[in-house]
Design a binder for this molecule. Sequence first.
Ligand code: HEC
Ligand code: HEC
Ligand code: HEC
Ligand code: HEC
Ligand code: HEC
Length: 446
Amino acid sequence: MKKRNVIFWAIFFVLTPFIGNCAETGKFQYENFKQPKKCGVCHSEIYQEWQQCLMSQSFTHEWDQVEYFKLALPHALKLEKVSGVKGGCIACHGPLAFLSGDIPPKPAEAGTRANEGVSCEICHNITGTTEEVPFNFSFTIEPDKVKQGPRADAKSPSHGVKYSEFTRSPELCATCHDEQSPYGAWVKETYREWKAGPYADKGTRCQDCHMYHSPGKAAFGGKKRADLAHHSFHGSHFSSKLAGAVDLALYTKKTDISPGSTLKLRAELFNGKVGHYIPSGSTEERMLWLEVQAIDATGKGYQIPVNRKGFEGEEYTIADSGAMAYQSMGEIIEIKGFKGIKRDGNCPDGVRIFRRPFFDPKGRMTICQWYTAANTSVDYRIGPMETKIENYTWAIPENISPGPVTIKASLFYSQVPSSVGEFLELPADEYAPILVNTTTLTMDVK
Ligand code: HEC
Ligand code: HEC
Ligand code: HEC
Ligand code: HEC
Ligand code: HEC
């Protein structure tokens, strides 16, 4: 063989496994993948855990259905630039449908196998990635009788088992948890945030915080393990995972105050538990905000606005009930004369919002991540091991009642701005505020 041919075939054979198995629509059939309940026969605890978490609901979950069928799909059919999301959304949210070429899939009520979401057969047949730093469903997959797993000594009567470094790695998660929009903006980068932060250096993986480990058996008939990997995958949809995720403290010099004077307060927020920014993931729609309120002896409450710091784009981080946004939704749904809806939901005016706003190609704030052209101009989230300090100056009213005053700071999180939730008629629990932390100080009015 000529030297050139040798090089050609060498390259061909090296690349073929990737070309052959990369996530591509229509490459496989639903029948190539077993149903999770079949795995659950032997892996019953893991199956229960998976059923409760968002992985099993990634397609059927109401908000995902609404965003795909009411916004993204109609937009993909209308605007060439975003046409790829017709299948793109499904590659991560209903991978069986994507891999089987069932695009667009039928809505959840039709009961197709898209409904299985991110199933056992997705993660345990993924063999690697085509990218150096994975994103946008760049996994390679081999639906097969051999399951990729974390242990070299596992033996199963029902399937082969192959030890996979990739299954154990955060890069597995990155294939779906990092995403670039058709405009080239990074619209999800949990893996990249983790990688740049302190936990990657320490070797604390996504799996260590989101799949806790304890002694137990992975399967009926399996070996007893000291560190069985649970499939909890708890994130912001579990209030128990959010509770206390950020430490919160309030400080002031004074112990008593007088009517008509001013009180200076300092709030300190420390992210010592989240391995990436909070919020992370779908940051276009996540809101984290701090309300600071004084409550006097009669129970009357006064909302204390945060002091401005003066950084560029700060206005997006301070709640303003007059600010409108999300106009692109009205264009997609075709509502004449749509002026947008309230940017900050029902957040009280003057409250600090820890967020990263996304902007559409027309420069308006948007929750349509696929229609995002820019999102790096303002990023006021709390990074891993980062502390944010917020200052407050309260002008104490002349007529405040004497007696004890309680200053209460409460940190709330919501999946979606309530204004967007109401507009799209989502179930209220999709956007109800969740308490992350709270603290109080008491002093006397003299
Ligand atoms: C989102 C990806 C994902 C999904 C979905 C998933 N797994 Fe896993 N699974 C993993 C990862 C990652 C590990 C290894 C964890 C580690 O390295 O600590 C694992 C480990 C396992 C193990 C070995 C546990 C041990 O510690 O010995 C079994 C068995 C298993 N999974 C079965 C299942 C079954 C059954 C389902 C469906 C009900 C499922 N998995 C769904 C990612 C997934
Ligand atoms: C007949 C019972 C049975 C069924 C059905 C079954 N498994 Fe297993 N599986 C086992 C046993 C036993 C082990 C070994 C567990 C051990 O030794 O820790 C195992 C191990 C695994 C592992 C872990 C490998 C490792 O490296 O630790 C994965 C992943 C896995 N199974 C996935 C699946 C998936 C996905 C399905 C459904 C398509 C499935 N299993 C169906 C019995 C079963
Ligand atoms: C095949 C794609 C895919 C892979 C691989 C994947 N995920 Fe996910 N993950 C998703 C999707 C889609 C959602 C969003 C579910 C929803 O809310 O609709 C999600 C949601 C989550 C959540 C949020 C749950 C919540 O309560 O809000 C966590 C945490 C998570 N994944 C962790 C992981 C970890 C850790 C890994 C790697 C071991 C991983 N994921 C691998 C697709 C994936
Ligand atoms: C040190 C522990 C830790 C590590 C490491 C970690 N996480 Fe998290 N993660 C958390 C906590 C705590 C939360 C809940 C707070 C929140 O929602 O931000 C969370 C939330 C999430 C969410 C929900 C984000 C949101 O706001 O909706 C996703 C998705 C997620 N993690 C994925 C990952 C992935 C992928 C990795 C690895 C690249 C990872 N996590 C590494 C602790 C960790
Ligand atoms: C590269 C994989 C990927 C692609 C492509 C993708 N998503 Fe997601 N999506 C995720 C992950 C991972 C999460 C979870 C992040 C988090 O918890 O914040 C998520 C979260 C969401 C959520 C929030 C769910 C909730 O309960 O709060 C919605 C809605 C959503 N995606 C819809 C879409 C739509 C519509 C598209 C297509 C325009 C799309 N996604 C494309 C991976 C992807």
